[in-house]
Design a protein around this ligand. Structure first.
Ligand code: 3NM
Length: 229
């Protein structure tokens, strides 16, 4: 689903950016089925953007490929699908985009790969999304000049879902980030139903969430969306 992005037009992000972290399902007898069920709950409740993230060590690309394929199958025409870190898996599964961190492939290289892939398939009408993580205002300023479709800033609040998280930027960091870019801004890190309104008020276009969706995804998404509109 690429409704949010048309050629040469700015990306319009839905206000809730749901992230599925493989580690939250790794202990299930069939993690991929559990993830598919979880994604169904998210979408039934109205989620329109899902990111698949897997920081397992060692990496298991075959498993992640299967998972991404299943998610693409069920998200098609229902939600945008973004793959964290892995542009190869994004292309292999025809996902809508990739989210890159500061240590990943550069956004410029990712854009070249996407452009080449689109050229090869003669699919000029479609353009994949590149998102990029930033953790301070210097990184954000730089990201504003890169070929990225949205910029994430975080962690806004303390989070347990990131190894070696950067220092929290707080709501003040989101406000300053908003001043520095007109690109869509995704706030991430420790955001809950309780805090999401303040994050949007500070200038974020969307909130990205892992933990506060896990326990009861349907109810959480409904509550997030009723707050965020
Ligand atoms: N990236 P939760 S914080 C994946 O600061 C991720 O870039 C962050 O999980 C960043 O919603 C984070 O459970 C974890 O806090 C988000």
């Amino acid at each position: 689903m690429r409704d949010g992005l048309e050629n040469n037009h700015a990306l319009v992000l839905p206000p809730l950016y749901a992230i599925i972290d493989f580690s939250n399902f790794a202990a299930e007898p069939d993690p991929i089925s559990a993830i598919v069920q979880f994604a169904e709950r998210l979408m039934e409740a109205g989620a329109k953007l899902i990111q698949l993230r897997d920081k397992s060590e060692p990496a298991e690309p075959r498993r992640l490929l299967s998972c991404a394929r299943e998610l693409r199958r069920i998200t098609l025409d229902r939600a945008m699908l973004i793959i964290n870190d892995r542009i190869d898996l994004c292309l292999a599964t025809d996902a809508d985009g990739v989210h890159l961190g500061q240590e990943d492939l550069s956004p410029a290289a990712a854009r070249r790969i996407f452009d080449q892939a689109i050229f090869d398939r003669n699919k000029n009408e479609q353009r994949q999304i590149i998102g990029f993580s930033t953790h301070n205002l210097d990184q954000l300023r730089e990201a504003d000049s890169l070929p990225v479709d949205y910029i994430a800033i975080g962690p806004v609040f303390a989070t347990a879902n990131k190894r070696k998280p950067d220092p929290v930027v707080g709501l003040a960091g989101v406000r300053e980030a908003r001043e520095l870019t007109r690109k869509p801004l995704v706030a991430i890190g420790g955001i809950t139903r309780q805090s999401c309104a303040s994050v949007i008020e500070a200038g974020a276009d969307a909130v990205a969430v892992i933990s506060d969706l896990v326990r009861d995804p349907g109810k959480s998404v409904e509550e997030f969306l009723s707050i965020l509109g």
